[in-house]
Design a protein around this ligand. Sequence first.
Ligand SMILES: Nc1ncnc2c1ncn2[C@@H]1O[C@H](COP(=O)(O)OP(=O)(O)OP(=O)(O)O)[C@@H](O)[C@H]1O
Ligand SMILES: O=P(O)(O)OC[C@H]1O[C@H](OP(=O)(O)OP(=O)(O)O)[C@H](O)[C@@H]1O
Ligand SMILES: [Mg+2]
Length: 304
Amino acid sequence: MSPPTSATSRDRLRIAIQKSGRLAEPARALLASCGLSWRESRDRLFCYGETLPIDLLLVRDDDIPGLIADGVCDLGIVGRNVLGEQDGERRNGGREPAFREWRALGFGACRLALAVPESWDWQGVSQLAGKRIATSYPALLSQWLAEQGIAADVVLLSGSVEIAPRLGQADAICDLVSSGATLSANQLKPVETLLQSEAVLAGPAAEFDAVRGELAQLLLRRLDGALRIRHSKLLLFQAPRRLLPALLPLLPDAEVPTVMQLDGEDDLALQALCHGAVTWQRLEDLKRAGARGLMVLPVEGMLA
Ligand SMILES: Nc1ncnc2c1ncn2[C@@H]1O[C@H](COP(=O)(O)OP(=O)(O)OP(=O)(O)O)[C@@H](O)[C@H]1O
Ligand SMILES: O=P(O)(O)OC[C@H]1O[C@H](OP(=O)(O)OP(=O)(O)O)[C@H](O)[C@@H]1O
Ligand SMILES: [Mg+2]
């Protein structure tokens, strides 16, 4: 396996993903669904692309934007929260944007929220004036406070932010929320959402050279196909022609269905690619409207 080389001498694409943590497995699975496979180095930090010249670097998620900015990696999969915070840091330091969000990937959903003690009677953001707010996202919080016209003190903590009010370190907090269980456990309630986050494909703000540009475009095309069919199902059924006007409105998320005439009858066979959830409820509704022989099939791949 060839060792990592510098950006200028590379004709392979390098993608940074989280080594372990919430985004590690789904990121790898998504790239694998684009037809990529790898041989892993013994230290499990570098994966050499076998099917395509696209390698993986396994790192801490916080390092991903910087690796792209420095050209060590070409692309990365990271939370929008991390990308936004580091972009804010760069801007605050007077530096040019060096990376940007290329695609939202539909996993790792959470939000960056402002939370206050449950005992507060929340009237609005003006209550934050002069208060201390603990966070690991100082750039995003400061930017939001400035937009709201609020002067408050930002207390920087790298973890366990929710405990800060109980320790008397802060009056409120700004942290990631998913289920809300951590906030409740610390007698806090969310009052404002600063950012809706999910995993994103991040790329450089600048253009690639020709070779890596082509590889990136190939990957993006496959990724768009994979994202599009991720929740898609192929629905097959039969129905009398006269019932079509009642059946088609039950498929609002479907592409124009393929309709086949069955031999010598007024019956049709339909094939519809549905992009939303095909639930039992939906199948029952279709059956009630006259569909027969309903079958739901997974979609393995699609290229528009
Ligand atoms: N409940 C959640 N709490 C925190 N992050 C979440 C949650 N749900 C989704 N995420 C997303 O997952 C990303 C990675 O979270 P994780 O906890 O694995 O990061 P980490 O501990 O910083 O990992 P690393 O060791 O790579 O630095 C977050 O930046 C965020 O985008
Ligand atoms: O709304 P919830 O579902 O409770 O999730 C939110 C919590 O999850 C994250 O912490 P994590 O579990 O990653 O621990 P950490 O503090 O070590 O990051 C985040 O920092 C919040 O504390
Ligand atoms: Mg991290």
